[in-house]
Write a protein that binds this ligand. Structure first.
Ligand code: SF4
Length: 341
């Protein structure tokens, strides 16, 4: 049988930067200007698609996009209350492949891979081999969904579900389409932002053919990530009838100022994307240097409320292990101590 040719987006993925020297050359930054750490790189490798590297300012070692993806020595610092599974994912897995935390919704760990390795990731230490949805586990996962008729929305997560090839994604969606009680399929993906080449006509056809409504929640943290290629991809996604939302993480020295957050909401809207969540950092081991304290987060959110119409203000939330939903953070919380969760 003839082997299927590799798609352009898969080639782009293969060409992602994985070595500091290549990246520095491309960004015109001397390696000595970066506090890169090889050990941090070994435990969670550097991985940056070229499209996303183009969002980094050339010659700027302090670029906010670069900060999100560069392994640095602070990741190795042992900080109290930072956990390997900060949001209690493992305790919420009734069977491998599914997380069932919240009423009415269940999440499929479709893959352990991502197109990029974000240094602040809450699942950077997640044991994917034990939990991801291998083909042998898929039937059990589908049986679980069939039995739980109170679930009306399936979230495709990972890793990044758009890393699945079209055939695999098509089969998964078609399987979910058989369940009458499933009303919506939500796709959580950073790929439109970091690898917009993935938004192909074949992918869009696959999503358009879903019987259930598809919602796509992308993940952008800074205006510089909103590239012309993403704008084009979003236009096509919206034309396919898919609702586009964005979630961001509040990150120190990346987007922890009101001007940037306001500009992000405005630009997302220009791209046809509604701001959905602004997350406090999940306290995963290796990410403490990104934390913005709760008090500062609330102050920033208040500035967004003043400056923007309500539909452009993302909900300020955090995820607490064992809680029955995301926890909304409001102004009254500012009375709590800055780092209290
Ligand atoms: S794309 Fe999402 S899941 Fe993957 S490393 Fe980044 S934050 Fe984590």
């Amino acid at each position: 049988m003839q082997k299927k040719p590799i798609a352009d987006w898969q080639k782009a993925l293969q060409n992602a930067f994985t070595e500091l020297d290549q990246l520095c050359k491309y960004l015109e930054i001397a390696p000595s200007k970066l506090s890169h750490q090889t050990i941090a790189h070994q435990s969670f490798p550097l991985k940056i698609p070229r499209s996303f590297a183009d969002c980094i300012e050339k010659g700027n070692p302090n670029d906010p996009i670069l900060r999100q993806v560069l392994p640095i020595s602070e990741e190795l610092t042992d900080v109290p209350n930072y956990l390997f599974d900060p949001v209690g994912d493992q305790a919420s897995a009734p069977i491998p492949g599914i997380l069932h935390k919240y009423s009415g919704r269940a999440l499929l760990i479709t893959t352990g891979g991502c197109a990029i390795n974000c240094r602040y990731c809450f699942r950077r230490n997640f044991p994917y081999s034990e939990f991801q949805l291998s083909s042998s586990r898929l039937q059990n996962a589908l049986a679980y969904i069939e039995q739980h008729t109170d679930i009306n929305e399936i979230i495709l997560s990972g890793g990044d579900p758009l890393l699945l090839n079209d055939q695999h994604l098509h089969e998964l969606i078609q399987s979910l389409n058989l369940f009458e009680h499933i009303k919506r399929i939500r796709i959580h993906s950073r790929i439109p932002v970091v690898l917009p080449e993935r938004i192909t006509p074949e992918l869009l056809t696959c999503l358009e053919n879903s019987r259930q409504k598809v919602i796509m929640v992308i993940h952008a943290n800074h205006t510089n990530e909103l590239s012309p290629q993403l704008a084009e991809a979003c236009k096509k996604i919206a034309e396919s009838g898919i609702l586009l939302l964005n979630q961001s993480v509040l990150l120190k020295e990346v987007n922890d100022n009101a001007e940037q957050l306001i500009a992000l909401s405005e630009k997302l809207f220009q791209f046809g994307i509604l701001p959905y969540y602004l997350h406090l950092l999940d306290r995963a081991v290796g990410t403490a240097h990104f934390e913005v304290d709760r008090h500062t987060a609330i102050k920033l959110h208040q500035q967004l409320l003043k400056a923007l119409p309500g539909y452009l203000v993302p909900k300020l939330v955090e995820e607490q292990a064992g809680a029955p939903s995301k926890t909304w953070i409001n102004q009254n919380d500012s009375n709590r101590s800055p780092n209290q969760t």
